[in-house]
Write a protein of this length. Sequence first.
Length: 343
Amino acid sequence: MNQKVLVTGGTGYIGSHTIIDLIENGYEVVCVDNGSNSDTSSLAAVKDITGIDVPYYHLDLCELDGVKRIFTEHPDIKGVIHFAALKAVGESVEQPIRYFRNNLDSLINILDVATQNHVEALIFSSSCTVYGDVTHSPVTEETPLQEAASPYGRTKQMGEQMITDSLKNSSVKSILLRYFNPAGAHASAKLGESPVNPAQNLVPVITETAIGKRKEMTVFGDDYPTRDGSAIRDYIHVVDLAHAHTLALRYIFEGKQQVSTDVFNVGIGNGLSVLEIIHAFESQTGEKLNYKVGPRRAGDIMAIYSDYSKAKNLLGWEPKLDVNDIMHSAWAWEKERTGRQIQ
Ligand code: NAD
Ligand code: WQD
C-alpha cells in the first residue's frame, strides 16, 4: 500500500508542485489549506496532470479540532509536509502578531497532532531568510544564523527551534528544508505561482510586467558592490525544490536519518544578479522588459546563495533545471493564467 502524506498549504505554490511529485513517486496525498493565499484551481491542475483527485480539507490549521479531525479520518498518515504559512516579508513587519499567530499556532497544532498519532516524518518549509544578513556565500547549514530581518523570518527561526525541541524525545523525525529563491512553474503550464495576494518576488513581477499587468518594474538598487551593482540570489526551480521534499520523506521512511531533526539547504548553488535574471528572461522569451533602476528595497541584503552539498550527499538531491527553464516555464504559465483571467 502507498504511504499516506498530509500536505499542509497544499493548494499553494510550492505545496501543489510537491503534491505532483509525491503522486508521481507513489505516495498517497491528503491536502489541507485555508485558502488565505491560494484556491483549489491548483488541485484541479494536479488532477489534470496526474489523474488523481486529492482529498482536500478547507480549514485553518490554527484550529486544533480541525487538525485532529484530519487524523481521525486518516489515521494512516505517516508523513506531514508543513508548507502552510503566511510569507510576505513586508506584511509581516506591518502585522507581526498576525504572522506569529498564524505561523506558530499552526505549527504547534501540527506538532501536537503528529506526536499523538503514528507520524514518522515531518518536513518543514524553512527559508534562507534564517541566515539573515550574511557576509559570505555560499552558505552551508553550519553558517551561523543572524538576527532575523523580519517577523516572518523570525517565525522560520522559531519554527525550526520549536520542531527541534518538540521532537527530541518523540518517535517523529523531522527535516528542515531551507529554500533559497523558488521560481518557475510546472512544465505543462497548467500550474504555477498564482497568489491571491499581489506578487512581490522578482520572477512573477517580471512576467506580470512583460504581459502588461504592470506598466513597468523597478530594479531595487544597482549600487551594491556586486559584478553589475544589482543584488545576487539563488533561484531554484520549483519542480526541483518539490522533489527535495519527496527525497527528504523517503530518507526518513527508509530509516536513514540518525538524528531527530536535520536541516538541508535547497538551492541551485550559485548566485545570479537581478539584472542577469532580467536579461535571461529577455533572451529566453524574446520579450523586452520595461524596467527602471530605483533605490534599494529596505531590508534587502546584497548577496546570498547556497551550498547544497549536504542535500546532495545525504538525500541524493540535485537541481536538474536552470535559470533558462525557470524563465521558459514562468513565462508559459503567465501567458496561460492571463488567458484564463481574460476569458
Ligand atoms: P503560498 O502562499 O503559495 O502557500 C502557502 C499556503 O498556506 C497558502 O495556500 C495558504 O493559503 C496556506 N495557509 C497559510 N496559513 C494557513 C493556515 N493557518 N491554515 C491553513 N492553510 C494556511 O506560499 P509558498 O510560496 O508555496 O510557500 C510555502 C512555504 O514555503 C511557506 O511556509 C513559505 O514560508 C515557505 N517558503 C517560501 C519561499 C518562497 O519564496 N515562495 C521561500 C522560502 C520558504
Ligand atoms: C529577489 C531580488 C530584490 C522585486 C524573499 C524573502 C525570503 C524568501 C524568498 C521566503 C532582490 C529584487 C525584487 C522587484 C527587484 N521567502 N527585486 N524588483 O527578497 O531575495 O527573498 O523570497 O522565505 O525570505 O525575503 O526575493 O524575489 O523578493 O527578490 O529588484 O520588483 O530581486 O531586491 O534583490 P528575496 P525577491
